[in-house]
Design a protein around this ligand. Structure first.
Ligand code: ZN
Ligand code: ZN
Length: 413
């Protein structure tokens, strides 16, 4: 019996995960099919060269709806089946419909904690804590071997208890732990979302004018953090159409803030509304008008607003004479590295020119180095295969039984 594990991509980099498990009889399972984070927007032919596109079809499992885990899905053969969480399917299809080409292939959806069979494999998904909504760890049993794929996770978000409970009663006899290591070697704040909420509350209280915040629409924990801070501060959270649609869609899966709830408004700007209409989503724009606000209202009673900001919104705001001033504050609530990119610099320039105060509040979507070590210790796996990290070669101390692989190098389990 030969079970073969190959990490086609992500042994040396953060993201672009593509991991294959092949059973003795040739059945193939693919754990994620992610786009490399450093690939140019227009780049094609990005599937790893070592991934065999012929032969037996592979079954794709998508751990969570981040591009670095599913972004090459459309490059995979159309007859390869896909499994993922129910909300993950909706988020992937929504994003594709708005910023790319619609995905028409069918997805199979799973339920956390409920095992299902794929050929000789038994797959058990476990909902976990990450900045993406509906993120899972995946336990794979095949021919008496056991692999745990951590996906992306953390232990300081709003679902942290899922991970601590999992650590208290880990699956026994794991042969291989595929462990993400995004934050190895990083020195950044490890605030919980709860602590971050308190920081935002202080920022809202200390600011006379508006507070502009740049965050990812799909970082639902952060939307909740901002909304809760707004409720406690008497402010209203202003989101764009895309965030409104993400929130409306996830309302079926969890008790999350959404358009129609108090102290939430949807700013309907011309660029976004035109994009939505061009994609045939006129009905959603019309529906949101009920909860909408025109951008120029953001100049009235400024202390009332917490305003979503991104490069594409700034032009529409400026057009409506919404310009940040010295009474306003702004916060980059995303990974600090993105602030150095084009979008970050455009935002910074817009705020700096009129003297808005910068106060950047953020916490990582990934586990701290200490939490990664604690998690690995608790799993007691036969070996740890490092993935999704750029510092595994220099910061792997205090991890036991590391089995370092190169991209495309098979490991017989
Ligand atoms: Zn990732
Ligand atoms: Zn992720």
């Amino acid at each position: 019996m030969t079970v073969r594990l190959t990490v086609h991509r992500s042994t040396q980099e953060i993201g672009g995960n593509c991991i294959e498990v092949v059973a003795t009889d040739g059945h193939r399972l693919l754990l994620d099919i992610g786009r490399p984070l450093d690939a140019a927007r227009e780049a094609t032919d990005l599937l790893p060269a070592t991934l065999d596109l012929g032969g037996a079809r592979a079954v794709i499992l998508i751990s969570h709806p981040h591009q670095d885990h599913y972004g090459l899905l459309q490059a995979a053969p159309a007859d390869w089946p896909v499994h993922c969480g129910a909300a993950t399917e909706k988020l992937i299809k929504l994003t594709a419909a708005i910023i790319g080409e619609p995905i028409t292939r069918g997805f199979n959806t799973w339920t956390s904690g409920r095992p299902f069979a794929v050929g000789p494999f038994t797959v058990t998904p476990f909902l976990t804590d990450h900045s993406a909504f509906d993120a899972y760890m995946l336990l794979i049993d095949v021919e008496g071997r056991r692999i745990l794929y951590s996906g992306d996770f953390r232990m300081h978000g709003r679902k942290a208890s899922l991970v601590t409970r999992f650590m208290a009663a880990p699956p026994p006899a794991i042969d291989v732990l595929l462990l993400e290591g995004t934050n190895l070697g990083a020195d950044k704040p490890w605030m919980s979302e709860g602590e971050l909420e308190a920081e935002f509350r202080r920022l809202f209280a200390d600011t006379h004018g508006r507070v502009f915040v740049a965050w990812s629409a799909q970082n639902v924990d952060r939307t909740v953090t901002l909304y809760r801070a707004c409720l406690e501060s008497g402010r209203t959270l202003v989101v764009d159409l895309y965030t409104a649609e993400v929130m409306a869609l996830l309302g079926d899966h969890a008790n999350l803030p959404r358009p129609g709830w108090k102290q939430i408004k949807v700013v309907i700007t011309s660029t976004f509304a035109d994009l939505y209409r061009a994609k045939g989503r006129d009905a959603f724009v019309a529906r949101m008008a009920e909860h909408g606000i025109a951008a120029h209202h953001l100049n009235e009673t400024p202390s009332r607003w917490v305003v979503m900001t991104r490069k594409s919104l700034i032009r529409d705001y400026a057009h409506q004479n919404v310009t940040p001033g010295p009474d306003d504050a702004w916060s980059w609530s995303m990974w600090r590295g993105y602030l150095d990119g084009d979008d970050g610099q455009a935002a910074k320039a817009w705020f700096d020119v009129n003297g808005a105060r910068a106060c950047h509040l953020h916490t990582s979507g990934h586990a701290s180095p200490d939490d990664l070590r604690k998690f690995a210790q608790a799993m007691r796996a036969g070996c740890v295969v490092p993935i999704h990290g750029a510092a595994w070669d220099t910061h792997a101390e205090r991890f036991a039984a590391i089995r370092r692989l190169r991209d495309g190098e098979p490991l017989v389990i």
